[in-house]
Design a protein around this ligand. Structure first.
Ligand code: HEC
Ligand code: HEC
Length: 189
């Protein structure tokens, strides 16, 4: 009985912690902070420059992880390392919650290439989801800028961007595979 009581107390405390964590992400505060991001990532979180990723509708856990990786230098990009260096953990959670709340738009892509990419995407579904909308740390790829996605896949392939699973996956992709896959992903909603 005593053990059960302490277990229940423990569970109550844990639930409280999770509730606090969830409440800590403040979308309005994230929106204010995002003023410095909009020039590149788009006022509505959808980038119009093919080299800059869209963040609208992204799974919140993913940009949180990426912003921390830019901040500690484990993901390299001069612009984003500079931007993330100024952010606190709370800023990062708020920004991620804000971008997750925005509506993603389709960047579009070459239709002929996309048809070939559709078949190849079956090997990616296990992690990124059948519709490529992602889950948790597995990013949403649907509607993302094809040129940005291609640059990332090549960076995983050469190892200039580190990630266990993606380096192994990208190692098996040819330039043609990458062109087809990213065109397909860009056309999704
Ligand atoms: C001057 C342009 C610029 C500004 C301003 C900027 N970014 Fe970025 N951002 C980029 C580029 C370029 C990349 C792609 C980096 C790469 O190739 O690895 C990127 C990547 C990212 C990523 C990773 C996306 C992914 O799909 O992996 C996140 C998250 C991000 N930016 C968030 C932000 C936030 C939050 C701000 C504002 C505090 C911001 N950015 C401001 C240009 C910018
Ligand atoms: C075993 C799970 C797994 C599989 C299978 C997988 N991915 Fe990923 N992918 C990940 C993870 C995890 C990340 C995030 C890496 C990080 O945190 O830096 C990622 C990131 C990416 C990114 C970077 C997105 C961005 O916004 O920067 C691209 C592009 C990508 N994956 C494409 C693919 C494609 C195309 C396939 C199939 C050929 C695939 N992935 C298969 C787990 C997987």
């Amino acid at each position: 009985m005593k053990a059960l009581k302490s277990l229940l107390t423990f569970l109550l405390i844990m639930t409280g912690c999770f509730a606090l964590q969830a409440a800590a992400a403040d979308i309005q505060a994230g929106k204010q902070k995002a003023a410095t991001c909009n020039g590149c990532h788009g006022a509505d979180g959808n980038s119009s420059n093919p080299q800059w990723p869209s963040l609208a509708g992204q799974q919140a856990a993913y940009p949180s992880k990426q912003l921390k990786a830019f901040r500690d230098g484990s993901r390299k990009n001069p612009v984003m390392q500079g931007m993330a260096g100024k952010l606190t953990d709370a800023d990062i959670d708020n920004l991620a919650a804000y971008f997750a709340s925005l509506k993603p738009k389709s960047a579009g892509g070459d239709k002929k290439l996309a048809a070939a990419g559709k078949n190849k995407f079956s090997m990616c579904m296990g992690c990124h989801g059948a519709d490529a909308t992602g889950r948790g740390i597995f990013p949403r790829l649907a509607g993302q800028q094809p040129a940005y996605l291609a640059r990332q896949l090549k960076a995983f392939k050469t190892g200039s961007r580190k990630s266990g699973p993606m380096q192994a996956v990208a190692a098996n992709l040819s330039d043609q595979d990458i062109a087809a896959l990213t065109a397909y992903l860009g056309t999704l909603q």
